[in-house]
Design a protein around this ligand. Sequence first.
Ligand code: NAD
Ligand code: DAU
Length: 331
Amino acid sequence: MRLLVTGGAGFIGANFTHQTVRERPDVAVTVLDALTYAGDRTSLDDVADSIRFVEGSIDDADLVDALVGECDVVVHFAAESHNDNSLDDPSPFVRTNLVGTFTLLEAVRRHRVRFHHISTDEVYGDLELDDPAKFTPETPYNPSSPYSSTKAGSDLLVRAWARSFGIEATISNCSNNYGPYQHVEKFIPRQVTNLIDGVRPRLYGAGLNVRDWIHVEDHNAAVWTILDKGRPGETYLIGADGETSNLDVVRALLEIFDLDADDFDHVADRPGHDLRYAIDASKVRDELGWTPRYTDFRAGLEATVRWYRDNEAWWRPHKAAVEARYAATGQ
Ligand code: NAD
Ligand code: DAU
C-alpha cells in the first residue's frame, strides 16, 4: 500500500507515522507537511530512513494532485489545531482546514483513491457537566470556535464529496489526545513543561471543564482499524471513556511532581470555552472490534511526564514563544 499522510510532522500524525513504520512494513509512507509552527521535522527523525518527506501545503493544488496521484490511500491529519490560536487569528484555519481539505478532496476525486479524514469531537459543541449523554455519530453539529467550525466544515465537505462524487471516504471524530510529541501550547504538555521549569500550572477559569482523554497510540490504532475494516461513507467516533476535569488533570500532575494540590493558578478563561466533551465509541468498538489499550490515565500521564523530561531538546525551542503568546492574553 502507498500511503500519503498529511500533517505527519505534527503530534498525532508523527505518532501515526511511527506506529505505521513499526507495525506495517508493507506500507510505503509519504508525509506531506507544511512545517508550520506546529510541525517539527525532528519528530520524524527516528523513521526518517523509512519514509519520504515532502515539505508543502495541502492547499497547493499542483503538489497535492501529484502526490495523491502516486498513492492508494490518504490519511488526512494536517490542520490548524489549536482553539486559542483560532480566537486570535482565524484566517489560517479557514485556509488549511477548509481550502486545504477541499484541495485534497478534488485530487482524491480525480485519482479515485481511498480517503480517511481525521476530525474532532468538537464539531458537536459541548455537553452540560451533569448530562448523562455522550456524543454519537447522530449528534447534530454545533461547533463553538473558529477551529471547531472549520473542522465541522471540512467534515461536511468530505460527506458531500462522498455522496455527490462517490469518493471512497471515511471520517473519524476523536476526543482529546495526549502522549509524546504534543506541542507545548496544548494543556497537558504546557503544564508538564511549566512544572519541569518550576512554574505553577495555569487553569482557565474554575477548571471544571471536562475533556475525554485518550492516548494518541489508541487513537491511531483506531484509525488503522477503520482503514482495515471501516465502511466507505461512514463516520466513526473514537474515545476511551477518559472523562476528567482540567482541575483533576492538574492535581494529578502536581502529585506526580510531588507538589501541593493547590500549587496552581487560575487564569483568564477561554472565550466561548466548551464545558464538556464525551464520546460514545460503541460503533468503532462493536462494529470494527477496536478497544483502547492505554486505559490507565494516571499511568499514561506518568509516562508522558517521563517523555517530556527525557526529550527537553525537542520541546525547549518552542516553549518561550508559546508562553509569550499566552502572556499577551493573560493566560
Ligand atoms: P498539530 O497542530 O500538532 O499538527 C498539525 C500538523 O499539520 C503540523 O505538522 C503542521 O505543520 C501541519 N500543517 C498545518 N497546516 C498545514 C498545511 N496547510 N499543509 C500541510 N501541513 C500543514 O495537530 P494534531 O494535534 O496532531 O492534530 C492532527 C489532526 O487531528 C487535526 O486534524 C486535528 O483537528 C485532529 N484532532 C486532534 C485532536 C487532539 O487532541 N490533538 C483530537 C481529535 C482530532
Ligand atoms: O477534543 C479534541 C480537541 O482537543 C482537538 O480537536 C484539538 O485539536 C485539541 O487542541 C484539543 O482541544 P482543547 O481546546 O480541548 O485542548 P487544549 O489542550 O487547548 O485545552 C484542553 C483544556 O484545558 C481546555 O478546557 C482548556 C484548558 N486549558 C488549556 C490550556 C492551554 C487550561 O486550563 N490551561 C491551559 O494553559
